[in-house]
Structures are given as C-alpha cells and as structure tokens.
Ligand binder design. Sequence first.
Ligand code: NDP
Length: 293
Amino acid sequence: MTAHAGRAIGARTRLVGLIGWPVAHSRSPAIHNAAFAALGLDWCYVPLPVPPGLAGAAVAGLAALGLAGANVTVPHKQAVLPYLIGRSDEVGVLGAANTLVVRDEAGQPAVYGHNTDHAGFVRALADAGIDAAGCRAVVLGAGGAARAVVYGLLQAGAAAVSVLNRSPERAEALVAELGGGHDSLTAGPLEAGFLGRQADQADLLINATTIGMEPAAGASPWPDELPLPRRMAVFDLVYQPRRTRLLAQAEAAGALAVGGLGMLVHQAALAFELWTGERAPLEAMWQAAAADE
Ligand code: NDP
C-alpha cells in the first residue's frame, strides 16, 4: 500500500522517482511517500526502472515529463553525469550523483545533480553520538559508498582515515583522488593482520563493502580470530539485514554498533529537502524505512 492510497493523484501532483536497474527492491518509495503524507504534500514517488545504457534518455525524460526530480542508483550514478546542466561540487569530487533536481529556467526544465550520501552518512554518525571531527577511522571498501564515506569524514575533520580494500589498488586510487591536502588518508589491503594493526589505532570502523548484505547475511568483514577493540565504534553501511553479523560481533565485544538505516534515511531526507524546500519529517521516514523489518 502506498502513502497515496485513498488520496487522488491529479494534475497538480508533483512526481519524483528512482532511476535504477533494478529498483523493485528499493525502500525509497516507501520512505518518501511516507514523508509526503506526513506533511500533507501532493507529491508522489515512483520506481523508474531504467535499463543500462539509457541514463541519458532517462534524464531527458525527467525534464520532458515535468518531474520535479529523481534519485539515482546502480548502475546510473555515474552515467547520468554527462546529461546534467549543472552539478554540485561534491558530485564532481565523488564522480556520482544520487539526486537530480529539475529546475525551471526561463520556462525550460534544467536537470541538476547532487550527492546526499556523504552528508547523510555524517548526520547518521552524529545521531549515534559519534563525532567525526578528530576521529581516527578505518574504512572497509573502495566502491561508491566508501568514497562518499571518506569524503564525509574528511569534510567533517577526521584526524586520520585508513581505507582497506580486497583490491588494494582501488583503495590506493580512492586515496589518490580524494587525498589532496590530507596526509592522514592512507590505503591498504583488507587482510586480517593489516586490519588488526589499523584497528588498534582507530576509534571508528566503517564497513562500506557489500559483505554481510543479503543474501549472504552470514558473512562479516571482521575475521573471527581477531579481537574487536571495545573502544572502537562500528558503523555498518549495510542495512539489509538490519542487524548484520559485524554489528553482532561489535555488540558482543561491548563496542557501539550502528547500522546503515540512519544513513539511508538521512540521504533521503536531504534529497526530499532539495526537491520540496520543506524540512524533512525524519520520524515518518524512519518508521517507513524500518517497516519491513
Ligand atoms: P560497490 O559495488 O561500489 O563496492 C563494493 C565494495 O565491496 C568494494 O570495495 C568491493 O571490493 C567490496 N567487496 C565486495 N565483495 C567483497 C568480498 N567478498 N570480500 C571483500 N570485499 C568485497 O558498492 P557500493 O559502494 O555502492 O555499496 C557498498 C555497500 O554499502 C552495500 O552494501 C550498499 O548497500 C551499502 N550502502 C548503504 C547506504 C546507506 O544509506 N546505508 C548507501 C550506499 C551504499 P573490490 O573493490 O575488491 O571488488
């Protein structure tokens, strides 16, 4: 059931959606439609399945069909970039857009790109009582999510960030691209001995790999034989399942354990605010995000 059930969708309804492939599994429609309902906004959010190779047509379609904007997910976050009229600074740095806003410019629709992942991550950290300023962080992974996390940590003033990845050359490339002016940003392999030494120095561990995500929910990036330091907070970006094996390991060690749902909600809230200009109703969005659990 959608938040629009029982309400008329008419000529004034503003439409936004999610461009991706696949999109059927996404929680974004539920989160955004709950937010529109909570504020009584005549808006509707729909999944927009766009096959690979059609990102440009999708961006042109948003403008032509009068949508107010869209979220963008795999595999189009990079592919949409050449088709945008403009983009925020962080889209340039991250090389990816997760939110598109259609603006009216002298009667013509113009599509702009934004990225709300890094700010969503930092807000979720703050919600959990973790201050990124001055923290010493170990980031696992070097894909798109890791890139947003590292950028968010550097923007928030982290003292040191170590990026560990199964393919170390990807971690090195990420550090080379984001590391200008940050001597404290380093790269290495995601291997037990190295991870243990990095974790000994860290007060925050972030999993930005897909390890532990359904359907392989029994896996963890933290090796069983390695003691997990109690003073190290653990933030797992994976939100399906909500309680990952890594979070269970952290809890068993007595460490603070934070799941990825908060980041999902906050990046959605920031997109919502870009589209509507209204303050996002976080509680309604949280409830919708957690509803399937
Ligand atoms: P990518 O596909 O871009 O990157 C995947 C990363 O996981 C790579 O670093 C890859 O290493 C690593 N990896 C995958 N499988 C293994 C394995 N078996 N062993 C070791 N490393 C592995 O994915 P994203 O960056 O887009 O997403 C990463 C995770 O973050 C996903 O679970 C996603 O759901 C989550 N996420 C959560 C968000 C939230 O709001 N909570 C927002 C965005 C993402 P390699 O380079 O060696 O292949």
